[in-house]
Design a protein around this ligand. Structure first.
Ligand code: 5AD
Ligand code: SF4
Length: 476
């Protein structure tokens, strides 16, 4: 699901984003958390650019400072709080008229608290209320309270043309669903992002076509649970069963993926996140049918123990998950697979933990994103279960999971040595300006000497060496 951005998420770092200069007022935005937040910041940029906001790299000179936030773990929230405190000190020192706004999941979860009790911000805007930002900015200039945390059953921002902030001009995020109905017991997302709804496929296809015209070569279709995509004319997924609709007009994720792949064989397609309980055989068939759909699936498992999966309300058992992996490997033999894993969930015993390690040994994931369980207020787990695995044990189990994953990642990287892969050049390597970096279909990062090629070109790269995170090769 997360590739480069996820690495940043896992390390708890943030990307600083800037907008094109379009007016007199200056704004500055930072995004934290999942790819969806980065994509949402591009919608926010678009909404505010229409109101004459131009961007600045310099926090101190901004009139409007926005922070797009994540609530998934306590640590993510603490990082944002520290940042907000820093913004307040900058405001005091450089620009008392600076407006500071919080967007995203923390805005939705904490609502007025950030305004009234913590006094860290002037504006609080939830994930479904970004169209209201210009109005809220004006209102607080008039001394009113700037808050909108209304969660919608319809909002998908389908008509808003995002301002691309990723900067490479080659890869882009395209959001296809919002919200989540899955109610995993540990997860705060259904409460911060609301009910699941899908975006009109016509607007998704149009956005991809426009990206191609601008020279983009890869799109990542985004949603909390992409396999659950369902277009039946608009509205919440939960209301679908009460609606009479011509079945020919209904689109599921397999159909969407098929149609997006058909737009242009040179457009690479990725998607994230897949939920094991919703991934269908049809989706696996479509991935195997199209060369331009990448052979990479992020398939969070969260635990290798059926007992824990049940407590998490994941909707699948260990056996069902392993069957799904088998189906994927049968249809797409060299498909790379990654996971999310939570160590130390409520009631997790040593036996459950060993089942997690043994599942990892069976699947041998290419990549993994691994976390210690962090209880989130008001989630079903917080209400009904006890966070009873001692911090030290959680940490030890997490360390064991991470070190096993490192071995598996290295093994996968090593097996690529000597082989040749088609790589999309995404930019100049951080290590040396003489090198480019790009990714293989399997989402493995490759660095190689530039030669005569340019960013956005596809090249064939022969792999010569590797670390556990990067392949090193040369263009052939
Ligand atoms: N504690 C730890 N990790 C969590 N995740 C979601 N909620 C929590 C939590 N309360 C992880 C899951 C999910 C990923 C995005 O974050 O692994 O797949
Ligand atoms: Fe959270 Fe589960 Fe929805 Fe993912 S599928 S966002 S983990 S509730």
């Amino acid at each position: 699901m997360f590739d480069k951005v996820l690495n940043e998420k896992i390390q708890g770092t943030a990307l600083k984003k800037e907008f094109k200069n379009v007016g007199n007022k200056k704004m500055y935005i930072e995004s934290y958390g999942c790819q969806m937040n980065f994509s949402d910041s591009e919608i926010v940029a678009s909404v505010l650019s229409r109101e004459g906001f131009r961007t600045t790299k310099t926090l101190e000179e901004a009139d409007l400072v926005l922070i797009n936030t994540c609530s998934i773990r306590d640590k993510a929230e603490q990082t944002v709080r520290n940042r907000l405190k820093y913004f307040q000190s900058v405001k005091k020192k450089y620009n008392k008229k600076m407006t500071v706004g919080v967007l995203g999941c923390m805005a939705e979860r904490l609502k007025e608290k950030l305004l009234d009790q913590e006094k860290l911000v002037d504006i609080v805007v939830g994930p479904d209320a970004y169209r209201d930002l210009p109005k809220l900015v004006k209102e607080i200039e008039d001394g009113k309270k700037g808050i909108n945390v209304f969660l919608s059953l319809e909002e998908t921002y389908a008509d808003i043309n995002p301002i691309r902030l990723s900067g490479n001009g080659v890869t882009a995020f395209v959001s296809i669903t919002r919200g989540c109905d899955n109610m995993c017991t540990f997860c705060v997302v259904p409460y911060t992002r609301g009910r699941e709804r899908s975006r009109d496929p016509k607007s998704i296809i149009k956005e991809c076509e426009e990206l191609i015209k601008l020279g983009y070569k890869e799109v990542t279709l985004l949603g909390q649970n992409v396999d659950s995509y369902l277009w039946y004319g608009g509205g919440a997924k939960k209301d679908y069963k009460n609606t009479t609709v011509d079945q020919k007009k209904v689109w599921n994720f397999a159909k969407l993926l098929d149609e997006v792949a058909k737009i242009n064989p040179d457009l690479r397609i990725r998607f994230s996140t897949s939920n094991p309980q919703d991934m269908t055989d049809q989706v696996i068939d479509i991935i195997s049918k199209h060369k331009n759909i990448c052979d990479y699936i992020h398939l969070p498992v969260q635990s290798g123990s059926s007992k824990i999966l049940k407590l998490m309300n994941r909707g699948y058992s260990r056996k069902e998950y392993l069957n799904l992996i088998k189906k994927i490997k049968n249809k797409i033999p060299d498909c790379a697979i990654s996971m999310d894993m939570i160590a130390g969930f409520c009631n997790e015993t040593e036996k459950d933990h060993l089942e997690t390690l043994s599942l990892m040994d069976i699947v041998k994931y290419d990549y993994g994103y691994m976390f210690k369980y962090s209880e989130r207020p008001n989630t079903p787990a917080a209400k009904k279960l006890i966070d009873n695995v001692h911090e030290k044990i959680k940490q030890r189990r997490l360390t064991e999971i991470i070190s096993k994953q490192r071995e598996h990642s290295l093994m996968h990287m090593k097996k690529r040595i000597g082989k040749t892969y088609k790589v999309l050049i995404e930019g100049i390597s951080k290590k040396s300006i003489k090198f480019y970096y790009g990714r293989t279909t399997h989402n493995a990062t490759v660095v190689f000497e530039k030669g005569e090629k340019k960013v956005g070109d596809y090249v064939n790269v022969k792999i010569k060496d590797c670390t556990s995170a990067t392949l090193i090769g040369e263009i052939i």
